[in-house]
Write a protein that binds this ligand. Structure first.
Ligand SMILES: C[S@@+](CC[C@H](N)C(=O)[O-])C[C@H]1O[C@@H](n2cnc3c(N)ncnc32)[C@H](O)[C@@H]1O
Ligand code: SF4
Length: 384
């Protein structure tokens, strides 16, 4: 992973899905009438123009279309969004353009169109390679259908990734190991492996609270995490971030923009951005509700509802929170530049003695394998 300090990413949020998965708290909505994609495409272009006017000239190094389910968009809509980005900013010749896709056969038929529109990387939400688990997760596809979509994606795109959710109810380390080995056989260069999180205000939260959905306890989750690390490392896809695994050089450059705390624009309903404006770092956010966002953009030229200049302390905390998720860790000097003071050496020493953090030979600070399962506590300790 090379240096990329002038990286500039653009995140575009497509907020619609065919159905709502019971574990998911992303800003995703189901609509029973047709979505006016042309109208949305015009609104995306308007918001891109307004954001570019604020940032001034930038060279876009990565674009990520996330959701929701961006693979429900027509390729022409994707093309219109990419065209607007290219009109208002310059775009690096080696720009990474990722689109998140659900792995159904219908969506796979659009892959060639996305490629023609300029997408060069696809990330598929496979979630499980077990039909019973997929059903429990409320997914609309089977494991075979998902694998077929992965195969089509691999034919169409040089760079692909897929997501799996583990630490599911009743999942044993042995079952996860064989599912993961099968996934690695099907994977190209990148895998996102997320532990199931029970998010508030989801149907899973209510089921979990009522004791009807039992997830692994901390020790069981730890065992599943250890299997994940061991198997992926042995197969040449080590973790470069707490949940993300890649062959060397195949890391998702867009997500690295977030974790390395560089600059990115957030476009579309409920998108977040971090923009360097006039010497200050701004946290931006847009209206979450899709139709309300659309009307706001049409009325005001943008959907911004939050635009806050971050203090040095806030920037330092965010840098720590994002950077310590990475295997490469953080640069303590960059932290000190944000915070106006270095990290507390006594806290680093104490966490080091507990085996939670370590210094790298090139002077960075990173979380150890033992520290990752308790990352939140490590970050809280260092930031305090
Ligand atoms: C925004 S979703 C987009 C992908 C696409 N809509 C799909 O579902 O195939 C991104 C990923 O977040 C993960 N995810 C969402 N909710 C999660 C949860 N509660 N626990 C763990 N992973 C979750 C899933 O793996 C999902 O593929
Ligand atoms: S997991 Fe994906 S398909 Fe399911 S509701 Fe969330 S964004 Fe939509």
């Amino acid at each position: 992973m090379g240096s990329d300090s002038d990286a500039f990413g653009v995140y575009v949020h497509w907020p619609f899905c065919l159905s709502k998965c019971p574990y998911c708290d992303f800003n995703s909505h189901v609509r029973h009438t047709a979505i006016d994609e042309e109208r949305f495409a015009r609104a995306f272009a308007t918001e891109i123009a307004a954001t570019a006017q604020r940032t001034g000239p930038r060279t876009v190094s990565t674009i990520f279309m996330g959701g929701g389910t961006p693979s429900l968009m027509q390729p022409a809509t994707v093309g219109a969004i990419l065209e607007a980005i290219g009109k208002h900013w310059s775009v690096a010749p080696d720009v990474e353009v990722t689109l998140e896709a659900n792995p159904t056969s219908v969506e796979a038929t659009r892959f060639a169109g996305y490629r023609a529109a300029g997408v060069n990387r696809v990330s598929l939400g496979v979630q499980a390679l077990d039909d019973a688990a997929l059903k429990e997760l409320g997914r609309l596809h089977t494991a075979q259908e998902a694998l077929d979509a992965v195969a089509i994606a691999r034919q169409e795109f040089e760079r692909t990734s897929f997501d799996l959710i583990y630490a599911r109810p009743d999942q044993t380390p042995a079952a996860w190991r064989s599912e993961l080995l099968r996934a690695i056989d099907e994977a190209a260069e990148h895998l996102s492996l997320y532990q199931l999180t029970i998010e508030q205000e989801t149907p899973f939260f209510a089921l979990h609270a009522a004791g009807k959905l039992v997830t692994p306890n901390d020790d069981q989750a730890r065992a599943l995490y250890d299997v994940t690390q061991e198997v992926t490392a042995a197969k040449g896809l080590p973790a470069y971030e707490i949940s993300n695994h890649a062959r060397l050089g195949a890391e998702c450059r867009h997500n690295l923009v977030y974790w390395r705390y560089h600059e990115y624009a957030g476009i579309g309903p409920g998108a977040h951005g971090r923009l360097a404006l006039g010497g200050a770092r701004h946290a931006t956010s847009t209206e979450k509700r899709p139709e309300a966002w659309l009307m706001r953009v049409e009325a005001n030229g943008h959907g911004l509802v939050g635009d806050e200049s971050l203090t040095r302390g806030e920037q330092a905390d965010e840098y720590l929170l994002m950077g310590l998720r990475l295997a490469e860790g953080i640069d303590p000097e960059r932290y000190a530049a944000f915070a106006g003071q270095p990290l507390d050496p006594a806290r680093i020493a104490a966490l080091g003695t507990e085996g939670m953090v370590e210094a790298t030979p090139d002077g960075r600070l990173r979380v150890t394998r033992a520290g990752f399962p308790v990352l939140d506590a490590v970050v809280a300790d260092l930031a305090a």
